[in-house]
Design a protein around this ligand. Structure first.
Ligand SMILES: [Fe+2]
Ligand SMILES: [Fe+2]
Length: 281
């Protein structure tokens, strides 16, 4: 009997995968989705939207840290962009029938862990769906710029992976988000160059990189994750988690070389890393 059961399970799995492969074609509305497709999409959208919202709220205090008048404008534009990203991705969820207001009211998106905690690895600090890097507080202008340099860049690599997503309403929204993220990354690049090359601020830049690079490396998920495999099969992502991580790390390594910064050593903790790779911006 167990033999037959296993054969049945294999047959069901094969049928399911056929259905999901068929679902990799462009999808415009919920009635075109299989249950697995819908569940995977909703999961990715909540992770992105919660990260955008938590990110925006985490950036708010940075506006008043601006060292120059023009930077009040730049930093508040970044805050505005993140609230907009959250809004448009929650809107996609509403269009799928999700009760977004009820979801958001459950959590405190301003919550941050104690600033003395250097690294939580891949642990979660609360029950919302934000990527865990958004649980760390950003406490200085140097940290804000380094966050743009590391995390906005990491998010950009993940967004790039879904720019041609099979769910077309999401792909269209990501195009605009991706353009704004490039502005955030450029803001980080300009400031990190300036901070790293000034002897007065070089050490502070290196110390901040040591924190945020490691934290960003932890967001991408494990190699060969079964969930990532499904996302790729149904056309919501393109690359393996680790391939995205390596593309990010290479870019940071190149920038560090240009700016006289030392790339921190990241030791993978595969046992504790989450299976999911996240799409955030
Ligand atoms: Fe951003
Ligand atoms: Fe964003």
């Amino acid at each position: 009997m167990p033999q037959f059961k296993r054969e049945d399970e294999e047959k069901n799995l094969a049928e399911r995968m056929d259905a999901e492969l068929a679902a990799a074609k462009p999808i415009e509305s919920p009635d075109q989705m299989t249950p697995l497709y819908r569940e995977s999409l909703i999961n990715l959208l909540y992770m992105q939207a919660d990260s955008e919202l938590a990110g925006a709220l985490g950036y708010v205090p940075c506006v008043s840290m601006s060292p120059l008048v023009e930077e009040y404008l730049a930093s508040s534009m970044i805050v505005k962009d993140e609230f907009r990203h959250a809004r448009v991705v929650y809107k996609l969820l509403e269009n799928l029938g999700e009760d977004v207001e009820a979801h958001v009211r459950q959590y405190d998106y301003t919550y941050r862990i104690d600033h003395a905690v250097e690294n939580i690895g891949s642990q979660r600090a609360a029950d919302d769906k934000r990527v865990n890097i958004f649980y760390y507080p950003i406490e200085s202008w140097v940290d804000f710029c380094m966050f743009n340099f590391c995390m906005d860049r990491g998010a950009g690599h993940q967004l790039e992976d879904s720019l041609e997503a099979s769910y077309k309403p999401w792909a269209r929204v990501l195009e605009g988000i991706f353009k704004e993220e490039k502005f955030h990354i450029a803001h980080g690049d300009n400031w990190v160059k300036r901070l790293a090359q000034d002897p007065q601020t070089h050490d502070a830049a290196q110390a901040s990189l040591n924190k945020w690079f490691i934290r960003t490396m932890n967001i991408f998920g494990r190699p060969n994750s079964p969930k990532n495999k499904i996302y790729r099969e149904i056309g919501l992502k393109k690359r393996d988690n680790h391939a995205v991580r390596l593309a990010f790390a290479q870019e940071v390594a190149d920038r560090c070389k240009e700016n006289g910064l030392k790339l921190p050593e990241w030791k993978p903790d595969w046992e504790n890393l989450p299976w999911d790779a996240y799409v955030v911006g």
